[in-house]
Design a protein around this ligand. Structure first.
Ligand code: CU
Length: 316
């Protein structure tokens, strides 16, 4: 009897494991990833974006739900034909280092719970990380893409140094095991020396030279509510030769984050062909509403990651 019960139990576990594993690269509950600052951008260029609804914001330390599936890019969202359940996760944000101040390292803690407040403890790896955290200044001039460490019991920690005083928004995206991708955000007020605001203006031309690469962005449409293909085209800036040796960054040829000028929409988009090496890298998304969006593409070549920002204007 006891044996039978045990067998039944094992079957259930196996089933749960299968369910949990469905569609994601792997299931992983243990910590990974030292937090890395692999992406910072702080200049004024512009770009084109796309996004997920990011709910209302309730100020400092408040949590907000940012729309549960944030356009996990083309061909790669809610995956493998299997519906994932909404997790209704909640994140409690706190600063262990006290009120964040410009130029000082802030220790950010995120506690992920379910709707009832019980910790969510298992997360799926998503592009090699259990959580991706994007911090932007309210003018979208500052952009940081970091990866919190998973401690245990739903708790993630990460350090970030905000460069100047003012309002910032933080977006955390993660996949509770067995559930859909979640994006949660919060607003943060940073004290200290402020920086001049940079006006968010659409780029006249979507071409930019970054770290020796000339990068062009072509949009298949600039209309809201349509599938928009984002094609990045890479050339060696010195020789004009097509770049064909882009390297995988977090398991894909590139990562694109798009945030609306009002900070309400957030999209983390992955490439259609993750194994691409250039000269093209293609992403697909949909701009939910008209407006100005900033688009950051993150790529890697020659062991170095670089960020290409553009600002675009999306029409009705
Ligand atoms: Cu990330």
């Amino acid at each position: 009897m006891a044996k039978r019960k045990a067998a039944l139990y094992m079957t259930m576990i196996a089933l749960a494991g299968m369910l949990a594993g469905c569609g994601s690269n792997s299931t992983n509950t243990s910590g990974t990833s030292a937090s890395e600052h692999e992406g910072h951008e702080q200049s004024s260029p512009a770009a084109a974006p796309e996004a997920a609804e990011s709910g209302s914001h309730n100020g400092h330390g408040g949590d907000e739900k940012a729309g549960s599936n944030n356009g996990h890019g083309g061909g790669h969202g809610d995956m493998d034909g299997m519906e994932r359940e909404q997790a209704n996760a909640d994140v409690k944000w706190s600063f262990q280092s006290g009120e964040p101040a410009a130029g000082a390292e802030a220790a950010i803690e995120l506690n992920v719970t379910d709707a009832e407040g019980a910790p969510i403890e298992k997360f799926d790896l998503n592009h090699e990380k259990l959580m991706h955290l994007i911090a932007v200044s309210s003018d979208l001039n500052y952009f940081s893409h970091i990866h919190p460490n998973y401690e245990s019991g739903g708790k993630f920690t990460v350090k970030e140094t905000f460069p100047a005083a003012g309002a910032y928004k933080l977006f955390a995206d993660f996949i509770p095991t067995g559930a859909a991708q979640q994006t949660m955000s919060t607003k943060v007020e940073v004290t200290g020396q402020a920086a001049a605001k940079v006006e968010l203006k659409a780029d006249q031309e979507l071409v930019k030279t970054v770290e020796g690469q000339q990068v062009k962005l072509a949009l298949s449409t600039t209309k809201a509510g349509e599938e928009a293909k984002l094609t990045y085209i890479f050339e060696d800036a010195a020789t004009g030769e097509p770049v064909t040796d882009l390297e995988p960054y977090l398991g894909a040829v590139g990562h694109v984050v798009i945030i609306s000028g009002d900070l309400e929409k957030y999209l983390h988009v992955h490439p259609l062909d993750e194994a691409a090496k250039g000269p093209d890298a293609v992403f697909a998304t949909e701009f939910p509403e008209p407006g100005v969006y900033k688009i950051w593409g993150q790529f890697q070549r020659g062991g170095k990651t670089f960020i290409v920002p553009f600002v675009v204007n999306i029409q009705a």
